[in-house]
Design a protein around this ligand. Structure first.
Ligand code: S3P
Length: 179
């Protein structure tokens, strides 16, 4: 049986470039909640960048830092949490986030994602000869995990503000259902 959930937070999951941080900041402003980004938290805790952690210590160490950040945030309330695109591949992360959050997944096609991220250089997983191919491959691998979110929101052709309104509506519905 699934444990009862108290929805005190909103967590945004989804692939790189789906707009989690932009959307999360808009919602946090509207609700006067605190906005937290797991990548920013990890960078502050480790006093370095995500790219450096990947480059010097490897992805496995980054995933450990990510799991620790999720554990810390899952225990707090009144947060809008934006997560790194790979957070869902560890089932424990999703399970602990779901205890206090509505988990909304932002979705986009590989081509849309590529259009949004192609000028950026800070994501180690996309520093390859064929980044669009890598996006397709990772998105296909991760799709079953993203589908485990409470709500799935398509962000294609929508501005962050429009997506934020849709997510906010789902959050308010979820909180009303559980109060
Ligand atoms: C990752 C996504 C990144 C960051 C890291 C790994 C991933 O976050 O956590 O580079 O595995 O998809 P964004 O989704 O915010 O770009």
């Amino acid at each position: 049986m699934q444990a009862a959930r108290n929805i005190h937070n909103l967590t945004l999951v989804g692939f790189m470039g789906t707009g989690k941080s932009s959307v999360g900041r808009i919602i946090a402003d509207q609700l006067h909640y605190r906005f937290v980004d797991t990548d920013e938290l990890i960078e502050a805790q480790q006093d370095t960048t995500i790219a450096e952690i990947f480059g010097k210590q490897g992805e496995a160490v980054f995933r450990q830092c990510e799991a620790k950040a999720v554990q810390e945030l899952a225990a707090q309330t009144g947060l809008i949490i934006s997560t790194g695109g790979g957070v869902v591949i560890n089932p424990d992360n999703l399970a602990s986030l779901k205890t206090h959050s509505l988990v909304a997944c932002l979705w986009a096609t590989p081509e849309t994602i590529w259009e949004r991220v192609k000028e950026q250089t800070h994501r180690p997983l996309l520093q390859t000869a064929d980044p669009l191919g890598k996006i397709r491959e990772l998105l296909a691998q991760r799709a079953p995990f993203y589908r485990q979110a409470d709500v799935l929101i398509n962000t294609g052709l929508r501005s962050p503000r429009e997506v934020a309104q849709q997510v906010l509506h789902q959050f308010q519905l979820a909180r009303a259902r559980r109060s």
